[in-house]
Ligand binder design. Sequence first.
Ligand code: IMP
Ligand code: MG
Length: 204
Amino acid sequence: MTISSSLERRSEHPSGRLERTLIDAESLRARVEELGAEIARDYADRDLVLLCLLKGGIYFTADLSRAIDLPITVEFVRARSYAGTSSSGEVKLSWIDGLDIAGRDVLIVEDIVDTGLTLIEIWDALEARGAASLAICTLLYKEKRLAHPFAVRYIGFAIEDVFVVGYGLDYDERFRNLPHIAVFQPDESARSPSRQGRSPLDPP
Ligand code: IMP
Ligand code: MG
């Protein structure tokens, strides 16, 4: 039995459906290998810390770290966006206090850059902790977002402005364990009252 042999049950959701595959598992695997090789070249002889943003970055980080042939370390921070009363969102970071990054080269590993709010928050927090250098590696990047004040050094795939799930990305905590990236289409009529009026493209 291969990892992706049975998708029927994990593709189920009561309030929407998977519309189509955007990036299949083999394309993900090939691109992650390329990124790993590029990062290994760029960070040879450096003290690289891969900093995984949980939860979405978990699968990407697991695969990317194994594609980097250097003696790296891997750390984890939890970043959660709250749906506040305003649409600007609020990002809460957990576990950042214990990070040992002073004087080290930190590569932030993110599942997707959408509004960029998460990265703005974490960038400032890491700078304050004395990282020698900071850079961002994201698996997915929504192309329509042009106004980010930071540079994303490594991009797996630039994608259109659709809501995607799988390979770590979720909709209401579901679908993270799909081996590919799929477009999720919520069913308007099945949305819970608290979610009505909210687009899945709004910050979670
Ligand atoms: P930001 O808007 O760049 O701060 O993205 C915040 C977080 O929203 C990302 O790390 C993801 O967890 C989530 N997110 C943004 N776009 C999508 C999407 O298309 N699918 C699933 N999660 C998303
Ligand atoms: Mg999420």
